[in-house]
Design a protein around this ligand. Structure first.
Ligand code: SF4
Ligand code: SF4
Length: 363
């Protein structure tokens, strides 16, 4: 707690901001990308962008695990619910639009869709009603995939299967670096994901792409310090992988979580909403566990969905090409009460974070 308060100290924040200004004064436009909904929340909530010089821009990448679930996989969950399975999911997923319907729309039509706080809740529910088929809609990055893996490994009840939609962050970061038009100068790597995967998967960014990469925590000073570390690397012309979040991230990550994930899942190519297919970025149940795969057990597989609705710019927000107020629907047709795109649905979605912070459409 004391540490947390120190990491929010406004005087220290101003001092780091001053150092950032000094370093940035020698540089042209610097674009730093983060890939974490909680980072975006902290940056917006604490007004960190206003502390930075004009030539340092922080752009959010596809760091919200709800925003990037492709419409086709929402459609699969909707189909399973309409076909009579009990679909369990995290609350944020409920309102994410599919090609035609969200899970909330399906619920309004009488389907049994239930919000759970963890996969363990879904297990309990399935145990309590052995006569019904339950599905757990497993979304999220490396942070939530281990808890899905634990339940699969333990041997879930026979009437529970998994609609697995987990995605991996480093392949998405790779896609961003390879989009030359984004011209990124550095990465702030996500804190929670890094507690699981450790440092190794990020080494490729400084090594192969010359991209300064710093793992940062979620307090304002963590993020400012992360930006400062990136600027120092740029000044020195020595791109490195650095870990600012040493109090939580071990270099090797969480070995137990990693071994459970590789026991239960194989890596495959995966679609990200609005971004297309990213190679080796998704998880699927390995052969030994495929009787728990809802797609196989309950016979649902939807290949094509409508990821981008007319007028929606979420796909551009997801890669930091535009800011939420640049979308013509922002806080007009699309609001937190009545979201058009996924970025306005989830509490980790950039549009919703900006809307909640009161960023107006006219700035
Ligand atoms: S899962 Fe954790 S690390 Fe990933 S985006 Fe969400 S808060 Fe950030
Ligand atoms: S304002 Fe709505 S439609 Fe526009 S990008 Fe954001 S979520 Fe998508």
């Amino acid at each position: 707690m004391v540490e947390d308060l120190r990491l929010r100290d406004p005087k220290l924040a101003k001092r780091i901001a001053e150092k950032i200004k000094q370093l940035a004064s020698r540089e042209p436009l610097i674009k730093i990308c983060h890939v974490c909904g909680t980072h975006e929340w902290a940056i917006t909530h604490y007004g960190l962008r206003s502390l930075l010089p004009e030539n340092v821009e922080i752009i959010p990448g596809p760091g919200c695990p709800v925003c990037i679930v492709p419409a086709s996989e929402i459609d699969e969950a909707v189909q399973l619910a309409l076909d009579g399975a009990v679909v369990t999911c995290f609350g944020d997923v409920l309102r994410v639009p599919g090609s035609g319907m969200s899970l909330l729309d399906a619920k309004a039509r009488g389907a049994d869709v239930r919000v759970v706080y963890s996969v363990a809740d879904a297990v309990k529910m399935a145990e309590g009603e052995p006569g019904r088929q339950f599905v757990f809609f497993a979304i999220g990055f490396e942070t939530t995939a281990p808890s899905t893996a634990v339940e699969v490994f333990k041997g879930p009840p026979r009437n529970l299967s998994f609609l697995v939609s987990h995605r991996l962050i480093p392949p998405a970061m790779r896609l961003l670096v390879e989009m030359r038009e984004l011209s990124l100068n550095g990465f702030i790597a996500p804190g929670h994901v890094s507690t699981v995967i450790g440092l190794k998967p990020y080494q490729i960014f400084p090594r192969e792409y010359g991209m300064p990469t710093v793992i940062a925590g979620f307090e304002p000073l963590d993020i400012l310090f992360g930006i400062y570390m990136i600027l120092k690397q740029l000044r020195d012309g020595e791109p490195r992988l650095e870990n600012e979040y040493v109090r939580a991230v071990r270099p090797e990550g969480n070995l137990k979580a990693l071994s459970l994930m590789s026991e239960v899942f194989d890596v495959e190519d995966g679609r990200w909403r609005g971004l297309g297919v990213i190679s080796a970025s998704a998880l699927k149940l390995r052969k030994e566990y495929e009787n728990y795969d809802s797609r196989l057990r309950l016979g649902v597989k939807i290949e094509h969905g409508v990821d981008v609705r007319p007028g929606c710019r979420c796909h551009l927000v997801l890669i930091g090409r535009i800011k939420p107020p640049d979308c013509p629907l922002f806080m007009k047709a699309c609001t937190p009460q009545s979201p058009v795109g996924p970025c306005m649905v989830s509490s980790e979605g950039t549009c919703r974070i900006w809307a909640r912070a009161g960023v107006r459409a006219d700035i």
